[in-house]
Design a protein around this ligand. Structure first.
Ligand SMILES: NC(=O)c1ccc[n+]([C@@H]2O[C@H](COP(=O)([O-])OP(=O)(O)OC[C@H]3O[C@@H](n4cnc5c(N)ncnc54)[C@H](O)[C@@H]3O)[C@@H](O)[C@H]2O)c1
Ligand SMILES: O=CCCC(=O)O
Length: 516
């Protein structure tokens, strides 16, 4: 039951699940991906698989075993400059295709991702660590952005504005922004790319993707499928390597008209500042500090399952993961007991094994961050209800943890822990809950558990967050807008709103319409 909760009804189309969860040895998984032709180790520039010009490579590691999956080209300024030229050169032809021609390419890409869902999911589990069922869920979710924007490509309508003078006609055209630089994180190696590239390509933009150095393989496999789908060489380029060299080259180029970024707030702020000189359009999806509010009148089972899903998806390494669980005092003890019991059932291990619900953390630094946050909390009065230490499996596995008596002075309440630690904070009144929830610079996701409809509306309206789950812990979908208030970001991804981020509005005034 808990495993299903973590995968999520909305993120996992049942028809896309492997018929039977298989356990697979990592080496067999790598072989299977290699045989499918999707294990790519070079960047993609102008439709050509390309080594770093100086021959440098980096290792891509399996966080569950420490094994090297493969070495990948480690690129920098020169390769990025060439990728920009290639995207710039292709913009004219790609943007001039009809919407339905672009749509057909995207739809074909979606179909190929779905027919290769198992290889993509295996690759994702290998390099990122998430359990295979979650990886399959991400393939469905990630491919869903391509399907959705294949459809939206045909719905980029302009406007006609009633004119203020009789001899004029006023129009609004929507045109693609141009070349887009897309920089993405490791926690969702496919979906964070497709929700940028889908609307960009649909609107006629061309793209340079820089995936995380921890998880380039899923991105490269998806890029290979884009070529097979007939997306023309140069429309989608992928450079992997030195983050600041690639980032600076994208920022400094006047050919790049937009930067779209998902990742940490610190890097997002740098990119925002760096975009000022060339006045680029910027979209940012940054860190969160999601409150999950459980009221006395909540349905206990719904609240426990919803909080479990909101907290432990991807081992807590999700920007929308519940970071502070605010529990009203009347239900606190009951909720803490039931929640800890549910957390105890989560099986930790290599995501390729059947039944695993929690994979490893991405790297040692992530484990150290979790340890620092827990020792800060316990030194200030929090108690460990469950877990609280590295897992006996070693590597970067960490025990799913529940902390009690957390307060808003502790580091864990102020910043994203980005790991499998659920801190419980008590509150007395609805006003207290809203004040505590909004007491942060972040504003991405929030969750509310209550059986009162009036309260659900009052609280939702008062929350300074871009996404709110009411009695639901997994709310992401390609058809709804995703994005944050405050320092959690700028702009929205997914849904009909997501395509606006890739379009310029051009006002046209047709004058002198007098009859001859
Ligand atoms: N709001 C969202 O939609 C969302 C989604 C996923 C992750 N996140 C956030 O991402 C963070 C975790 O991801 P991460 O650790 O990969 O983030 P990160 O900011 O360290 O890295 C994100 C990407 O930026 C690149 N990068 C790093 N320094 C750069 C620089 N100077 N110039 C250009 N690129 C640079 C990295 O190589 C990577 O590709 C968390 O804070 C999480 O909340 C947000
Ligand atoms: O980590 C952030 C993205 C997660 C999601 O799209 O639900």
């Amino acid at each position: 039951m808990h495993r299903i909760a973590l995968v999520g009804r909305h993120l996992l189309n049942p028809s896309l699940v492997l018929r039977r969860q298989m356990s697979m040895e990592p080496r067999a998984a790598v072989d299977r991906v290699r045989q499918s032709g999707l294990l790519k180790a070079q960047g993609l520039i102008g439709g050509k698989w390309t080594d770093a010009y100086d021959g440098k490579t980096i290792e891509v590691q399996n966080p569950a075993t420490g094994d090297i999956i493969t070495n990948v080209a480690y690129m920098g300024k020169k390769e990025t400059t060439d990728a920009i030229s290639s995207a710039y050169g292709t913009f004219n032809s790609w943007s001039k295709l009809t919407a339905s021609e672009r749509s057909r390419c995207l739809r074909k890409w979606y179909d190929l991702m779905i027919s290769h869902k198992e290889e993509l999911a295996l690759l994702m589990t290998l390099e990122q660590g998430k359990p295979l069922k979650e990886a399959l869920g991400e393939v469905a979710y990630g491919a869903g952005f391509i399907e959705f924007f294949a459809e939206e490509a045909k719905r980029i309508y302009g406007d006609i504005i009633p004119a203020t003078l009789a001899d004029r006609r006023l129009f609004v055209l929507k045109q693609p922004v141009g070349v887009v630089g897309a920089i993405t994180p490791w926690n969702f190696p496919l979906a964070m790319i497709t929700r940028k590239v889908g609307p960009a390509l649909a609107s006629g933009c061309t793209v340079i993707v820089k995936p995380s150095e921890y998880t380039p393989l899923t991105a490269l496999a998806a890029a290979e499928l884009s070529l097979q789908a007939g997306i023309p060489p140069g429309a989608l380029n992928v450079v992997v390597g030195n983050a600041s060299d690639i980032g600076d080259t994208l920022l400094q180029s006047t050919k790049v008209r937009k930067i779209t970024f998902t990742g940490s707030t610190a890097v997002g702020k740098k990119l925002l500042a760096g975009s000022a000189n060339t006045v680029k359009r910027v979209s940012l999806e940054l860190g969160g500090n999601a409150p999950c509010i459980v009221f006395d009148d909540a349905d206990l089972d719904v609240a426990v399952q919803g909080t479990l899903a909101a907290k432990f998806r991807n081992s807590g390494q999700t920007c929308v993961c519940a970071n502070r669980i605010l529990v009203q005092e009347g239900i606190y003890e009951k909720f803490a007991n039931a929640f800890a019991k549910a957390v105890q059932d989560l099986q930790v291990g290599n995501g390729l094994l059947e039944g695993i619900a929690q994979g490893p953390l991405i790297n040692k630094a992530a484990v150290e961050k979790v340890e620092t946050f827990i020792s800060d909390a316990t030194s200030k009065g929090a108690n460990v209800i469950l877990g609280g230490k590295r897992h006996s499996l070693g590597m970067t596995f960490y025990e799913p943890t529940v902390l009690g008596n957390v307060n808003d002075e502790m580091l864990i309440s102020r910043e994203e822990v980005f790991g499998p630690v659920a801190p419980l904070l008590r509150f007395k009144t609805e006003e207290d809950a809203i004040r505590m929830a909004n007491d942060t610079n972040a504003g991405l996701a929030a969750y509310v558990f209550t059986t009162s409809i009036p309260r659900s509306w009052r609280v939702t309206e008062a929350l300074e967050y871009g996404l709110v789950g009411v009695n639901e812990g997994l709310i992401s979908t390609e058809v709804a807008p995703f994005g944050g208030y405050k320092q959690s970001g700028l702009g929205r991804e997914g849904s009909k709103y997501g395509i606006d981020e890739y379009l310029e509005l051009k006002y046209v005034c047709l004058g002198n319409m007098k009859e001859a």
